[in-house]
Ligand binder design. Sequence first.
Ligand SMILES: Nc1nc2c(ncn2[C@@H]2O[C@H](COP(=O)(O)OP(=O)(O)OP(=O)(O)O)[C@@H](O)[C@H]2O)c(=O)[nH]1
Ligand SMILES: [Mg+2]
Ligand SMILES: [Zn+2]
Length: 348
Amino acid sequence: MSDLVGLVRAVQANYYRVGLREAAKGVEELLCVRRARLKKMGQQVCVGDWVVVSHPDWQGHRGAIAEILPRRNQLQRPAIANVDQVFLLCALADPPADVHQITRFLLTAEGLDVEIHVVFTKADLVSKAEQELWRDRLHQWGYCCAVLSLTQGTDWQCLRPHLANKITVVCGPSGVGKSSLIRHLTPREDIRVGAVSDHWHRGRHTTRHVELFPLPEGGWIADTPGFNQPELPQDPQQLAAAFPEIRQRLSKDRCLFDNCRHDQEPGCCVRGAWERYPLYVEYLHELETMASSGLASEHAPPLKAKTDRQGRQRFEPLLDPKKYRRRSRRQQHQHLNPMAEEVLDSEL
Ligand SMILES: Nc1nc2c(ncn2[C@@H]2O[C@H](COP(=O)(O)OP(=O)(O)OP(=O)(O)O)[C@@H](O)[C@H]2O)c(=O)[nH]1
Ligand SMILES: [Mg+2]
Ligand SMILES: [Zn+2]
């Protein structure tokens, strides 16, 4: 008999909602726990994972995740795996578009090495001139973008042809219309949308977890919680590669030094009067300061600078043995929802 394979649509506490690749016995989705063996191996299940399900209970719509199939890629924040493309949503007003914030989201998305579509929402709140300004700006940076309203007209339909048979993650700051877009694209009423705060013109973090929704044209789209300050890539060399403007310059020309940081070095072909160059330098310095002072960002270990045999500087995580030591199984156990996992251990 062939394996029962499904896609993890959402993670809630220690339960996983798994949409089956092919409906079986009239059932499309099973609520699953993770097999104890996976837990022992420290394998985390993530939204977007393709998994093998065992022990299906067709009446109770329950099952257990026995195996995680290999991941093609993975985003840490929002946490999702096997992404085919990113829709980065930004509002033109309420909350206002911000060059720093958009750039940080773009840098995160670039790390996945998949197609990125930038979508500006709330076009109904700004002038045509402002819409054009942002369109031109993104074009200069090296991105195509759509400018549309999710509350007036049906311009958002232009996004449909890009979605079929793919896993698309919609990310961006809070209040920009991620859930509103998904409500339009999927025939669902149960997706919550929240008003933007009157006072701060910021979103209210209405969406609290990542969830994949099936699309009528085939494929899946993920709603994600908005957040306002994505992390920078950890490695300064990754940082340069995440700017299309730098990639484009380096495809045509070479810097004098192979290990050029594109800052003050002589003979640098990247340095120049392009809009986001000062941002690149600012982020580069931020990463280098972090690395040399051992200061870590909130989620990542600190970096140490190392010089390799060719004289290039590389950054590696500096692990504090105490902080990153694996906790004993007993310690780990205390953090798990005892019910779900215990039942599983005894049942399977
Ligand atoms: N005027 C206008 N309002 C919009 C548009 N798109 C979304 N909104 C409104 O913006 C508010 C926030 O929309 P949501 O869809 O909840 O935003 P979100 O990005 O999902 O926000 P979080 O879940 O907090 O991350 C709601 O009141 C929407 O009705 C638009 O194109 N124009
Ligand atoms: Mg939302
Ligand atoms: Zn250079």
